[in-house]
Design a binder for this molecule. Structure first.
Ligand code: GLN
Length: 246
């Protein structure tokens, strides 16, 4: 399985690298070999990657990579249409949309994979978050994480949110929606990192990445996720104590 990690030097705040450790760790515990390719400015995009990962970053770092990422837009959109998996967190999520207008008012062009745009507000949206999402019909999951963003993301026509906000602020602090989903591509504001406290999301991503490579979707045997469940419980309780929209 090929995992392409976009801009690890620039987009890696709030321990987002931890998501990679979970993906590679859970894959290897199922006997799946993961070839991690670090993709920096000007590097070729591995068109045959099964999973693309991009983390979060401050406005300054986003501005440094935005033109390079935008140039990969058509290829990434094609890969997603062909079933490739994407996990994009916060700043990376914003730049997979059409644009991010940052706090200076500068419009950073995005890759245009997700039908959305983002505009920075004056007050940052910070704290623990709990969302309800349904990645597979009929399977509802409570997904917990931490948000810290100035951006308010507006989903455009045809966009599907990743989930509904149960506690916290989400895309814009108003709509009650969080993230965006397009096929096997997921964008979210949930840091933390996300995957250590939501192992079912990690397994969902991995199964589809394996399916992209082999044509068959594996059914993984459950792993003993006691620590993960505990982390989820703590994070969910903190989010619930925070309450909802402003
Ligand atoms: N710089 C962006 C914002 O403030 C993204 C922040 C992040 O990745 N945590 O909204």
């Amino acid at each position: 399985m090929i995992l392409a990690h976009l801009y690890p030097e620039y987009l890696n705040i709030y321990a987002d690298r931890g998501n990679l450790a979970v993906l590679t760790g859970r894959a290897r515990r199922r006997g799946i070999d993961v070839d991690v390719r670090e993709i920096g400015l000007g590097d070729a995009t591995p068109a045959d990657a099964d999973l693309f990962y991009i983390g979060g970053g401050q406005d300054r770092e986003q501005a440094l990579i935005a033109p390079d990422l935008a140039s990969r837009g058509p290829l990434l959109a094609e890969a997603v249409a062909a079933g490739a998996v994407v996990l994009a967190v916060c700043g990376g999520y914003q730049l997979l949309g059409r644009y991010y207008r940052d706090r200076t008012g500068t419009e950073q062009h995005g890759a245009g994979v997700f039908p959305l745009h983002t505009v920075a507000g004056d007050v940052r949206l910070i704290g623990d978050v709990l969302i309800e999402c349904e990645l597979d019909p009929g399977e509802r999951w409570a997904v917990a994480g931490f948000e810290n963003h100035a951006g308010r993301t507006i989903l455009e026509t045809g966009a599907i949110p990743l989930g509904r906000v149960v506690a916290g602020l989400g895309n814009d602090g108003q709509s009650g929606l969080e993230g965006c989903r397009l096929g096997n591509a997921i964008g979210t504001y949930l840091h933390g990192p996300l995957l250590p406290r939501n192992p079912q999301v990690a397994d969902w991503l991995l199964a589809r990445a394996v399916e992209h490579r082999t044509g068959e979707r594996p059914v993984f045997a459950p792993l003993p996720d006691e620590l993960e469940r505990e982390a989820h419980a703590v994070s969910s309780a903190r989010a619930r104590s925070r309450g909802g929209r402003r």
